[in-house]
Design a protein around this ligand. Sequence first.
Ligand code: ADP
Ligand code: MG
Length: 304
Amino acid sequence: MSNKNIIEAKNLIFTYSDEPDALSGKITAAVNDISIDIERGSFTAIIGHNGSGKSTLAKLLSGVFIPGEGSVQVYRKGCDTPLDCSNEDHNFDIRKTVGMVFQNPDNQLVATIVEDDVAFAPENLGIEPSEIRKRVDAALETVGLTAFAGHDTHKLSGGQKQRVAIAGILAMNPECIIFDESTAMLDPQGRRDIMDTILSLREKGVTVVLITHYMNEAAMADKVVVVHEGKVAFSGTPKEVFGNKKMLSDCSLEPPQCAILLEKLSDLLGCGNPCAINTQEAVSVIEKALKEHGIMPEKGDNNA
Ligand code: ADP
Ligand code: MG
């Protein structure tokens, strides 16, 4: 029986420099005693203001960084013995199990032709050419770029480049993918495409960790973890997180726009203080209140 969690991190501490901070005179840890479990097959969002420690945490969870203190254990499917991030011999297997997609798609592409780029990582893993072909085709299909296999990577849009980068990670068959602000440099359509890809990966059983500063993206996750000054300030369902206004404001964060809108309208609507984490929920609450006030004609069961 393998573990229900794919990643278990305990009491992680990571410091970039031994030099004391010029202002505070203290040595500040970028990640300062974080424990976090990532459940297999789940979709976890990590939010927090700039410099709160999200990227450092992501690099610790994916074996890119080794923690100064604490431990990260990665449980591969069907294996009872975890991989240990502090053990250099396990590093290669951890990188294969937990893939990472970064913010800037331009920094992640290595080849000029799309399919060569996607094949690059599995080639480096020494995988058979026929298996690589299958993986590249499957990965391009998942990200919706089958028709672009022979295209020049430099001529793609930002969103397409990011999807090539995701396909490159997928071709390694990771069990978990960490996206570090991977939609940040894209236009709204590019962002939606990446979110659709992320949701379809999750449908296929890939464990997803999404670091984002778009609260509407975080609202789609099963669990949201709020990082503040190198620590986990709060974690819970999107409703628990975005309903906790005091915690959000202490961490310099705001709930999604639709929740702000509903809050501003709630006195006027007399609808109490419900928390809407997406447009659909906000519309339902507003419609119900309007009907109760007799402002909106009843049109049968209209909750579209
Ligand atoms: P986030 O991703 O939430 O913006 P980071 O993990 O990048 O936060 O950064 C956490 C802290 O570590 C910040 O204070 C940042 O300035 C510092 N930091 C990040 N990268 C480096 C680095 N390469 N060298 C020194 N300090 C760094
Ligand atoms: Mg970051």
